[in-house]
Design a binder for this molecule. Structure first.
Ligand code: PHE
Length: 345
């Protein structure tokens, strides 16, 4: 052991730099651990002669105290800079991106349709998704056990009593609720989610959306219905859109019709979307049956009205040529991102 050895270790200690707590611990082991440099000096000290003990004892002890103090000092500064752990931050990197979502195609179409009817003076009305038999069927002129109830495969929530709870199968229930509480004349559209017990396929789903229209006033005629739907079709599908009506049946309208719009893809020439016919079916409609008016306390001698209802997924399918209904409910981002351009921010 020499004095030079002690001085060298002391100099090394002074030079020591540690960025992290892990590095401080490594330094502690290097100097003061079982096999550390200072520990080795103390071992060597045991072997030296008496005179040398007198010479080296004090500087050796001072070295150990200096090492302990230096390690404590380094530990404190490493803990003070917590971010020193791990690689340094590169402040020139671009920031984290927050992806903006886009509107769902069904919501885009609903808004478009609502906006068109608002221009015609219609309000928006909504009603509950969990309904009772009275508002979905009874008040809409579906007598109990009438086969027309089979047109709509219903999810019942409670069965067995006179007015069971169920998931509404159509938005026509909101017609009834509106007639019950709103003053006449009534002009509303009712968008909403509906439920039917159907096997899920490309063309059918157990959940979908409809928008219902209802207009009740004195002297409302079938000609008014036809005109309202023609104006709507031109706003929605283009100024050259044509409509045609085919006789149909709904218990709550008489007469009833299905409405087709001219195919805006092939312009009547025939394509696979319109299956070669040049026409696309878009909605059901008709003059509100007097029984329905009377059930909600409206005088059917004085008032008449029309109603229509269409499926939003169907309209969106025609608009964007979506070939599978299931896309609307799977939330696959590859599908949803396709509608970014149609989303107005
Ligand atoms: N509620 C009917 C259906 O779901 C659509 C409809 C509404 C028909 C209003 C006529 C009048 O099929």
């Amino acid at each position: 052991m020499t004095r030079a050895e002690i001085d060298r270790v002391l100099a090394e200690l002074k030079e020591l730099k540690c960025k992290t707590e892990k590095e401080v611990e490594e330094a502690r082991v290097r100097f003061l651990g079982k096999k550390g440099e200072i520990t080795a000096l103390f071992e060597a000290f045991r072997e030296v002669s008496r005179e040398q003990k007198a010479e080296f004892g004090r500087p050796l002890n001072e070295l150990k105290q200096a090492a302990l103090a230096r390690i404590e000092e380094l530990k404190a500064s490493a803990a003070g800079s917590a971010s020193a752990e791990g690689p340094a931050q590169d402040l020139s990197l671009p920031g984290e991106q927050f992806e903006l979502g886009s509107r769902h195609p069904v919501s885009i179409v609903r808004q478009e349709i609502v906006d068109i009817f608002r221009k015609f003076g219609y309000d928006v009305a909504e009603g509950p998704e969990i309904e009772d038999d009275y508002h979905v069927f009874e008040a809409l002129n579906f007598p109990p056990n009438h086969p027309a109830r089979d047109m709509q495969d219903t999810f019942f929530i409670s069965a067995g009593h006179l007015n069971p709870l169920l998931l509404r199968t159509h938005t026509s229930s909101v017609q009834v609720r509106t007639m019950e509480k709103m003053p006449l004349p009534i002009r509303v559209v009712c968008p909403g989610r509906v439920f039917r017990n159907e096997a899920i396929s490309a063309r059918a789903h157990c959940i979908f959306h409809q928008i219902e229209g209802l207009y009740i006033d004195e002297h409302v005629t079938f000609a008014d219905l036809k005109q309202a739907i023609l104006l709507f079709a031109r706003e929605m599908f283009g100024a050259d859109a044509q409509i045609r009506m085919r006789p149909s049946f709904f218990p709550f309208t008489e007469p009833s019709a299905e409405v087709d719009v001219s195919c805006n893809i092939c312009h009547g020439k025939g394509c696979n979307i319109c299956k070669g016919t040049g026409w696309l079916e878009i909605m059901g409609c008709g003059m509100v049956d007097p029984n329905v008016l009377e059930a909600s306390g409206i005088d059917s001698k004085k008032y008449s009205g029309f109603a229509f209802g269409m499926g939003l997924e169907r309209i969106a399918m025609l608009k964007w040529q979506v070939n599978d209904l299931r896309h609307y409910f799977e939330n696959d981002l590859r599908f949803l991102h396709e509608f970014e351009a149609a989303t107005e921010v």
